[in-house]
Ligand binder design. Structure first.
Ligand code: AMP
Length: 121
């Protein structure tokens, strides 16, 4: 497992991103490959590798990501229509960047269930 990901380069402003929100603990920016009319990521600046690494010590930071998502939903005007906030974990969850991030998707009605293939079990 490498020490850093592309998200560290975004946090450090080494590569550009379309930043929607930033504070000392977190950052929100538009996804480069949007899967909905609105698609942005909310990430902690401190790296947490996967959702499996969420625990009592970082729970407040992870909760902060949801607070930012809710604030941006209001600010961008899709809070009432609704949205999906999801965190993919490891290969079966579809995780490709190993620095946790909340995907916030909006602007159309989301399908459910989220998978297209047959159930694994
Ligand atoms: P996941 O597959 O859940 O790990 O999500 C990773 C997300 O990061 C994908 O939706 C990518 O499109 C997005 N992504 C990767 N590189 C960048 C980048 N440089 N700027 C913005 N989004 C990115």
């Amino acid at each position: 497992m490498s020490d850093s990901t592309i998200f560290d380069r975004i946090i450090n402003k080494e590569i550009p991103a379309d930043i929607l929100y930033e504070d000392d603990k977190a950052l929100a920016f538009k996804d480069i490959n949007p899967q909905a009319p609105v698609h942005f990521l909310v990430i902690p600046k401190q790296r947490i590798v996967t959702a499996n690494d969420i625990n009592e010590d970082n729970a407040e930071l992870v909760g902060h990501l949801y607070v930012i998502a809710a604030k941006l939903a209001k600010q961008l005007g899709f809070d009432q229509d609704g949205y999906r906030a999801v965190m993919n974990c490891n290969p079966d969850g579809g995780q490709t960047v190993y620095h946790i991030h909340l995907h916030v998707l909006a602007g159309k009605a989301m399908g459910w269930p989220p998978y297209q293939d047959k159930l694994k079990v």
